[in-house]
Design a protein around this ligand. Structure first.
Ligand SMILES: [Zn+2]
Length: 109
């Protein structure tokens, strides 16, 4: 079991102030937690709280990097950093590190 991610703990703390019925989060492919790990940690944090029955929806954000040599954009495979076009190492991450609350649904909606 990996340790609970501080950003998820903060998110759950905030949600507990006004527990919604369902929650949608955006999760980047490069974020340290994958979908299953996020769900497991969510369950652990919300068990026996007013969020216990809230639905967790996860929208995965595909990773994208841009090569700093040829400026081509590409989708990194297995966390690789070498450019598939020119083989250079050194890329800027454009997308994939996201983790944020995207929307919530309240009880009466
Ligand atoms: Zn390149």
């Amino acid at each position: 079991m990996s340790s609970l991610h501080p950003r998820l703990i903060t998110m759950v703390d905030k949600l507990l102030q006004h527990p919604p019925r369902s929650v949608q989060v955006a999760l980047g492919e490069l974020f340290p937690l994958d979908e299953d790990q996020l769900r497991a940690q969510w369950n652990e944090l919300t068990e026996h709280t007013s969020l216990e029955n809230a639905a967790l929806n996860i929208r995965l954000v595909r990773a994208e990097q841009q090569c700093m040599v040829c400026f081509q954009k590409y989708h990194p495979q297995n966390q690789e950093t070498a450019c598939p076009h020119c083989k250079s190492v050194g890329a800027k991450i454009i997308a994939g590190e996201e983790f944020y609350l995207e929307s919530i649904k309240e009880e009466n909606e």
